[in-house]
Design a protein around this ligand. Structure first.
Ligand code: HEM
Length: 402
């Protein structure tokens, strides 16, 4: 289908060599609501993406509440990877989001700033130490990946995290957002899902007996007060862990690459590290780590004059919406100096708006600020490598000289 010139099918393949932004323009050129032979509809405009994400006639599951499955022949994936409220419609979504929300309020997240800075300084110290012996630093492997993993693990209260192992789990879970496509992939997901289920069940029981000031303790207490079942809280913990790193890892990597592709923006940041927040927002708009999401029509409805049958899946290509020429001036230019434009849709909108947005923004701000302050001479070595996948976009390797 992808080879037959169907640009939506092409996007779904997620080939690392593709220029996805050119693919979005081919989809955009076909009209506001585009049919694909892959059996989905796709929208690319900021207005329509927003409409679909905010319209309660769309859900993340079919109207009967059955889970979205890629292939009934493939084995189920355990609760820590699939049982979260991201994959539930109201009223269950509303009830469970409420359990997780307090820990991610902006005011609570801000109290983490010194700790987040300390985590990154430590990783940068270690990378500098290695670079002293003449080695290149792989910014993905040594900085961008372990940083959010360490932060979110600490917030959750997971001890002794093996960052390399968690990075592999995150990459696997990120790929599964494009659909589970083979029994081998399903088996690998099942194994890590079982591992996380066991880890969270043990930690929840420990924190139930001896609460601490961490998110797992809050989830254990919600379970003990019957606000959520044991399976619900394992699902929430899994979501927070996975959503908390894969996305932010690639925000940092994509931002570094964007800054180095437009050197003036890097010089500007080095001269004014306090503008790091603007770099975060522009990276989220221009080269987002999450490129899109999907919704299922719960009833027959109209979208931009086109009839959408109940049960249709609509791909909401938020990364294309972020370059909508009706909304953004010079949308293809990476320009952290933009002002007065509407917010990008990278954190989604409506009831599933990213719960971790304040944390992701803070981690991104700390990362770009400290990189500019400490490594102003940073140069990427031109052997960067993109990872495969459509929904999550990022690099597997970003070698650099400090
Ligand atoms: C750059 C970083 C991030 C990006 C781009 C991102 C993106 C998103 C998007 C697009 C959604 C909604 C998907 C949809 O509408 O179908 C979402 C939901 C969510 N995100 Fe994030 N996220 C990021 C970081 C984080 C972090 C750091 C956390 C927490 C530790 C987090 C936790 C969540 C949760 C819990 C949801 C589910 C919200 C709901 O269903 O109500 N995210 N995120």
């Amino acid at each position: 289908m992808a080879a037959s010139g169907d640009p939506v099918a092409r996007w779904l393949v997620g080939s690392p060599g593709d220029d996805v932004y050119a693919t979005y323009e081919r989809i955009r050129a076909r009209g506001p609501v585009v049919d694909s032979k892959a059996g989905v509809l796709a929208v690319t405009s900021h207005e329509l993406c927003q409409t679909v994400l905010r319209d309660s006639r769309f859900g993340v599951r079919p109207a009967d509440g059955s889970p979205v499955r890629n292939d009934p022949a493939l084995p189920d994936v355990p609760g820590s990877l699939t049982g979260s409220f991201l994959e539930l419609d109201p009223p269950d979504h509303t009830r469970l989001r409420r359990v997780a929300a307090p820990a991610f309020r902006p005011a609570v997240v801000r109290t983490w700033t010194p700790r987040i800075e300390a985590v990154l300084h430590h990783l940068m110290d270690e990378a500098e130490h290695r670079a002293r012996h003449g080695a290149d630093v792989d910014l993905m492997v040594e900085v961008a990946a372990p940083f959010p993993i360490a932060v979110v693990s600490e917030m959750l209260g997971i001890p002794d995290v093996d960052a390399a192992r968690f990075a592999r789990i995150g990459a696997l879970a990120g790929q599964s957002l494009d659909g589970v496509r083979s029994p081998r992939q399903a088996r690998a997901l099942r194994a890590v899902g079982d591992e996380l289920d066991t880890l969270f069940t043990r930690l929840l029981d420990e924190r139930s007996r001896e609460p601490r000031d961490d998110v797992i303790s809050a989830l254990a207490s919600a379970r003990d007060r019957d606000e959520a079942t044991a399976a619900d809280v394992v699902g929430i913990a899994g979501l927070l862990l996975i959503a908390g790193f894969e996305t932010t890892v690639n925000l940092i990597g994509n931002g570094i690459a964007a800054l180095h592709a437009s050197p003036q923006t890097w010089y500007d940041l080095v001269h004014a590290p306090a503008t790091a927040q603007a770099v975060v927002e522009e990276t989220l708009r221009w080269d987002p780590s999450v490129q899109g999401t999907a919704r299922v029509a719960h009833e027959q409805l109209e979208l931009a004059g086109r009839s959408v049958p109940a049960g249709s899946t609509v791909l909401v290509l938020t990364a294309a919406a972020n370059r909508d020429p009706l909304v953004y001036r010079d949308p293809f230019i990476f320009d952290p100096g933009r002002t007065g434009e509407v917010e990008h849709l990278t954190f989604s909108t409506g009831i599933h708006y990213c719960l971790g947005a304040p944390l992701a923004r803070l981690e991104g701000e700390v990362a770009f600020r400290l990189l500019a302050e400490r490594w102003s001479q940073l140069r990427l070595v031109p052997t960067t490598r993109r990872r495969p996948g459509a929904t999550i976009r990022g690099y597997s390797h970003l070698p650099a000289r400090l």
